[in-house]
Design a protein around this ligand. Structure first.
Ligand code: MOS
Length: 739
């Protein structure tokens, strides 16, 4: 029975969030709380020769200053520092471990004080002597030193030869700069010291059990001695997948002082964490005059650090979308003296598909074929990397419904041919694609005799709406009103869940809850059958459902017993069950490709005299399997589109390569879209039943919303102006640069 699943249910945690009752990592307190403040390296590479902490230590209220010279004991093996989602290759960063400086902004000292203001002031008095070394922070200058990483994308045919022989060719290079996540909530950790050496760590993270295992391994602690809690996350977008350095420093502080410590990063310090790597993308597309693709080459060069090899799949998306007999994909990494790059919403796809979909638009121009028509001519019903079908793929319907809603038919093909008063009007489109992953998750349900159920799982709700969808699934599978359900998440002591990311948590956790509810149903049925003269005496598990507060026969609704009645009758105070979803990581069988898709249509209006670009309309039509909650799903996709606007027009982390330092490490100069930049966004969910992907047909949609948006906007800018800007963001100076 689905009363709640599929409806526009408001967030069950909404009230807690708007009233301030919801507490975030930096808001937990303790009577013995001390505060930390970090001193960062101003050097990009070298060695700390001497740290003079004498002036800082003399400030009244300062408790200690930790450096690599006096920090608590930490593990020495690389393996101990590898969290669940650390790159396979490399040696993870260790804060305050030794005298090496590996990037500008690296923490090199931690001041601990009675008050945060005191800690911060004292941190300004710490004097550091460095030994400088040569460094590199410019991707363009290091591209020749890049190396190939192994990727699963399989080449087929001979793309080089086919390209050379193609009737129509398009070849170009695209560039995406480094971008930072900039979640509203600052990265923070509050470590509560219980007196006996046990620690409770409130942390901003996308995975409490990942942080728990990591901290136990780094500080050589028993699992029972350290608990990690993260009930709410004020945005993370991938920045909180790996444990971040502030949590290590906060634990160091607590161990050194033997008291509770809170450490909140400043906005500027957050630019010393992970980021979307700057990436150079080269596309070479060859086609017949009728628009049939014959050759696809996609090469990417992305940034990683000197000490780890982080890479995501930028290339290979073409093989999911477009038929081509010949294709070749190469992913390269360039090492720079910066922190390790990281996941950021739709990692790999946001960047790679921007380049691919820009190139497809340019090919359409060369072919004189409507860009939407070109996508339809090249449409692939198979994943050509693996040569397998999809569990479902309603992308054609996305194109169709998106185009209808947008009014694509009225587009004039010629650039600069559409106007609105003094503004040029451009219409562009692009395709989006992401993965429908699922991971092993367990959940617990405790049903009490008053008809209330508590659902719990270690998963974090990173703002996507996990609390709400799990309440919906529990309410429907237990047949109870949603107000009778409470959901507990984000605590390492709860049933196991990996980090929340990759758009995999909805399918994974919803299924775990449904499996657990099934066990509750079994026990309720057994109790119902035990009632003398029970109307369900002959019923089997398949015969009954939980609905409307009752356990009820599917065949005959009059044969029902109330859930609370059954429990009272059997003198059952509580039914407690824990089940895992049975999924394997990442996605089980490989007989089908599992993907979500979208078609994005964008309108821009451009005042050519001053070069201002406004994205006046976006239509994003998404096929992502079963939509659990049309309201939170809409918000996810809309948020992705807004971010796509930022990627196209605003976002860029700017380095001063003379110093290897970021020049705009703040949200005044690192531009993101504000309300004035965001106009009409229309989100459409295309019906996509899917019985193969998983039993509930859920695909997840935290990430699909951003993919393709930047390309649709860039293509619209070309259509408006006739100028093709291939390096993001498309700012007015680039638009006015002579061609
Ligand atoms: Mo997402 S970039 O997997 O948090």
């Amino acid at each position: 029975m689905t009363v709640y699943i599929g409806t526009a249910t408001s967030r069950v945690d909404g009230r807690a969030k708007v009233t301030g009752e919801a507490k975030y990592a930096g808001e937990f307190s303790a009577s013995d709380l001390a505060y930390g403040s970090i001193v960062e390296s101003i050097l990009a590479k070298g060695r700390v020769v001497r740290i003079d902490t004498s002036a800082a230590s003399q400030v009244e209220g300062v408790l200690d200053v930790l450096t690599h010279g006096n920090r608590p004991q930490m593990a020495s093996a690389d393996k101990a520092w590898k969290d669940d989602v650390a790159p396979e290759d490399g040696s993870p960063f260790r804060p305050l471990y030794d005298d090496k400086v590996m990037f500008s902004g690296q923490p090199i000292a931690l001041v601990l004080a009675e008050e945060w203001e005191i800690a911060r002031y004292a941190a300004s008095l710490v004097r550091v002597e460095y030994e400088k070394q040569e460094f590199a922070t410019n991707l363009q200058k290091q591209r020749d030193q890049s190396f190939v990483v192994k990727k699963p994308d399989k080449p087929h045919g001979d793309a080089g030869k086919a390209f050379a022989a193609a009737e129509v060719r398009h070849e170009a290079e695209y560039f995406i700069p480094t971008e930072h996540h900039n979640p509203m909530e600052l990265f923070a950790s509050t470590v509560i010291w219980d007196g006996g050496g046990k620690l409770t760590v409130y942390d901003k993270t996308q995975g409490v059990q990942n942080v728990q295992r990591y901290l136990c391994s780094v500080f050589e602690k028993e699992s029972g001695d350290l608990r990690v809690i993260s009930p709410f996350v004020g945005g993370a977008f991938g920045a909180g997948l790996r444990p971040q350095y502030q949590v290590v420093l906060a634990v160091q502080g607590a161990l050194a002082l033997k008291r509770s410590v809170r450490l909140v990063l400043t906005r500027q310090q957050m630019y010393g964490l992970g980021y979307r790597p700057a990436t150079i993308e080269r596309l070479a597309l060859g086609a017949k005059a009728d628009g049939t693709l014959d050759a696809i080459t996609h090469e990417a060069i992305a940034v990683t650090s000197q000490f780890e090899e982080f890479s995501r799949n930028d290339t290979g998306w073409a093989a999911l979308l477009y038929k081509s007999a010949n294709a070749k994909y190469v992913h390269r990494l360039a090492r720079l003296d910066v922190p390790t790059s990281s996941d950021m919403r739709a990692p790999g796809a946001a960047t790679g598909v921007y380049a691919l979909e820009s190139a497809m638009d340019e090919l359409a121009v060369a072919l004189k074929i409507d860009p939407l028509e070109l996508r339809l001519r090249c449409y692939s019903d198979r994943d050509q990397n693996e040569d397998i079908p999809y569990t479902s793929k309603q992308l054609r319907e996305c194109y169709h419904q998106g185009a209808e809603t947008f009014g694509w038919k009225k587009r004039k093909a010629e650039p600069r041919s559409m106007r609105d008063g003094s503004e040029l009007v451009g219409w562009g489109m692009a395709t989006g694609v992401w993965e429908a992953l699922q991971v092993p998750v367990a959940s617990r349900i405790v049903l009490t005799a008053n008809g209330h159920a508590e659902v719990s799982c270690a998963a974090s709700d990173i703002g996507t709406g996990t609390y709400t969808i799990l309440a919906q699934v529990a309410a429907d599978t237990l047949g109870l009103p949603i107000d009778n359900i409470s959901v507990k998440l984000g605590d390492s002591t709860l049933p196991q869940a990996p980090v929340e990311g990759g758009s995999w948590m909805a399918a994974s956790a919803a299924h775990a809850v449904a499996m657990t509810a099934e066990e509750v149903r079994k026990e309720l049925l057994a109790a119902a059958k035990a009632i003398k003269g029970s109307p369900l005496a002959d019923a089997t598990l398949e015969d009954v459902v939980l609905a409307g507060g009752n356990i009820v026969s599917r065949q005959d609704a009059s044969r029902a017993v109330s859930i609370t009645g059954v429990m009272r009758h059997g003198a059952i105070d509580r039914i407690e069950k824990e089940e895992a979803n049975g999924f394997s990581f990442p996605s089980g069988d490989s007989s089908h490709a599992r993907n979500t898709h979208s078609a994005v249509f964008a309108e821009v209006k451009i005042d050519e005299q001053i070069g201002i670009i406004r994205v006046t309309r976006v239509v994003c039509a998404v096929a992502a399997g079963r939509i659990l909650n049309t309201k939170t799903a809409h918000s996810q996709v809309m948020g992705g589109v807004v971010w796509g606007i930022g990627m196209a027009l605003h976002e860029e982390t700017v380095y001063d390569h003379r110093f290897g330092r970021i020049m705009n490490a703040n949200i005044a100069e690192y531009h993101v879209p504000v309300n004035a930049d965001v106009h009409d966004i229309d989100v459409i969910f295309v019906d996509e039943p899917d019985e193969i992907v998983n039993p509930m047909g859920i695909k997840g949609l935290g990430e699909i919303g951003i993919v393709g948006v930047a390309a649709a906007i860039a293509n619209a800018v070309y259509h408006a102006t006739g100028k093709r800007i291939r390096d993001l963001p498309i700012t007015l100076d680039k638009l006015q640069r002579p061609a």
